[in-house]
Design a protein around this ligand. Structure first.
Ligand code: NAD
Length: 497
């Protein structure tokens, strides 16, 4: 196994008002490495009191500090510096991420580079951005006065944690908000690097605050805090429902990126080689712990047997290994609790489908959270493994006979995050895209995204769409200012007597 990376602190602290601090009550929780399942350090366990301090610091920075009042160009310079620093530390970041989450190191490095790109993108966007002005000739001018909303509460999951944090931090900071980040309790390590990165980039004190801890304590306190007007959340759909309810008394602005069970639909006329490469990558990269994983593959019956045979052979050859080894394609799942959940679905799958690859712990790994890439075929749409998000290296494959049946199967879950369509028939591709219930559709590709395009799900997969200027809209108020030119024409109440 790879050595523990240098520089891991004995305590992963909170970061509040520019200081690295322990919890007010001194409480901590253990942080484990998913290859050994042994704790390698502890993190400060935040509660209401820690959230109160973090929100107070962020409020002060918002109401009294320079950040929301800076020119966009000045803020963009700092964001670009953050991007440069993240990029220059991609190796260290990847080592921390891989050690803490079990992600294969090469994929973790790609995620670190994407995190840098997120900051660079939003720096560019606020400099190039413009707002609307409307002229009513001779009568009125109307313009949009864009203002940051305030203290943003950011709650993130443990899959690709650093990248997903950047996906919220970038637009929140670019908009001029100050923030309190509550990272996932399974993976606090890489998040601990933000403080140093922001200090080096000279982000003003108090703009960024971080409180570690559990969802039910730290996360809940952030959601219910009256001085946090908006919550951006990424995580499970049922957590999203809970947060929705808890935000209701405060009528908070919510952005929710939730779970998925996305279909990859392979028609007989598709480039089968490309479809096999891409659908393998789509579900087994990032250990299958990917919200947009194409975890239900629907294949037209005339190519079904060939597809299944070739797919299973490739799945069996996927390199499962030490997350720190650059050759590893699938590493260790994040935590034994999650491992147990995924393994329970593997057992359920053995009752519901025909197992053609994997099916449990690989022999070479008697310990740690390793699951062999697992493929179930002939899976019926009522099956739990067809309907429920497994969030691991497990895929189900189902045949279809017509376009109508493919669409019905694709739409037959409560989720609607992504859909992948493989066909060389232009009309079929676009018609299918129009009717499939998914926030994002890829034609003849896995998930490769232009940062300007909308990101988000429909149905149980999310609320609202971020991406490009939509993210800036979420973190800003767009005040309308109406200016009357010349005389005001007013109906004169009380003037008739
Ligand atoms: P989770 O819902 O268990 O936890 C996510 C975060 O919410 C964590 O920080 C957790 O501490 C916090 N939390 C939990 N309960 C809370 C509460 N009551 N109040 C406030 N905060 C609370 O999700 P997870 O297991 O960490 O992540 C995996 C899930 O995330 C999967 O369902 C996956 O599909 C989803 N996800 C979605 C996207 C997307 O963009 N749609 C991206 C990545 C992950």
């Amino acid at each position: 196994m790879a050595d523990q990376p240098a520089g891991i602190p004995d305590l992963i602290p909170h970061y509040i008002d520019g200081e690295r601090v322990a919890s007010v009550d001194g409480d901590t929780f253990g942080v484990l490495n998913p290859v050994t399942n042994e704790d390698y350090t502890v993190a400060a366990s935040g509660k209401q009191a820690d959230i109160d301090l973090a929100v107070a610091a962020a409020s002060r920075a918002f109401h009294e500090g320079p950040w929301p009042r800076m020119k966009n160009r000045e803020r963009a310079r700092i964001l670009s510096r953050i991007a440069d620093i993240v990029e220059s530390r991609d190796q260290e970041l990847a080592q921390f991420e891989s050690w803490d989450s079990g992600l294969p190191i090469t994929q973790a490095k790609g995620q670190a580079q994407r995190a840098a790109e997120n900051f660079r993108f939003f720096a560019d966007l606020i400099v190039a951005g413009r707002d609307d002005t409307y002229k009513v000739p001779g009568t009125q001018v109307n313009y949009v006065n864009r203002k940051p909303k305030g203290v943003a509460g950011l709650i993130t999951p443990w899959n690709t944690p650093f990248m997903l944090e950047s996906w919220k931090l970038g637009p929140a900071l670019a908009s001029g908000c100050t923030v309190v980040l509550k990272p996932a309790e399974f993976t606090p390590l890489s998040a601990s690097l933000w403080a140093g990165i922001f200090e080096e980039a000279e982000l003003p004190r108090g703009v960024f605050n971080l409180v570690n801890g559990f969802g039910e304590t730290a996360g809940d306190a952030l959601v219910k805090h009256p001085d946090v007007p908006l919550i951006s959340f990424t995580g499970e759909s049922r957590t999203g429902q809970l947060i929705f309810g808890n935000s209701a008394p405060h009528l908070k602005a919510l952005s929710m990126e939730l779970g998925g069970k996305s279909p990859a639909v392979v028609f007989a006329d598709a480039d089968l080689d490309a479809a096999i490469d891409s659908t393998l990558f789509g579900v087994f990269s990032l250990n299958g712990e990917r919200c947009t994983a194409g975890s239900r593959i629907l294949v037209e019956r005339s190519v079904y047997d060939e597809f299944v045979e070739r797919y299973a052979a490739r799945a069996k050859s996927i390199v499962v290994g030490d997350p720190g080894d650059p050759k590893t394609e699938v590493g260790a799942l994040v935590h034994p609790e999650h491992f147990d959940k995924v393994m329970s679905y593997v057992e359920i799958g053995k009752e519901e489908g025909r197992l053609v690859a994997g099916g449990g712990r690989p022999e070479a790994f008697p310990e740690g959270n390793f699951v062999a890439p697992t493929v179930f075929v002939d899976v019926a749409p009522e099956a739990r493994i067809f309907q429920e998000e497994i969030f691991g290296p497990v895929v189900c494959i189902t045949p279809f006979d017509s376009d109508e049946e493919a669409l019905a199967l694709a739409n037959n879950t409560k989720y609607g995050l992504a859909a992948y369509i493989w066909t060389n028939d232009l009309k079929r591709a676009h018609l299918f895209a129009q009717d499939v219930e998914a926030g994002m559709v890829w034609l003849n590709s896995h998930n490769v995204r232009d940062l300007r395009s909308p990101f988000g799900g429909v149905k149980a997969s999310g609320l609202g769409h971020e991406g490009g200027y939509r993210s800036l809209d979420f973190y800003s108020d767009q005040q309308a200012v109406h200016i009357t030119l010349g005389d005001v024409h007013t109906t004169r109440f009380g003037a008739s007597a």
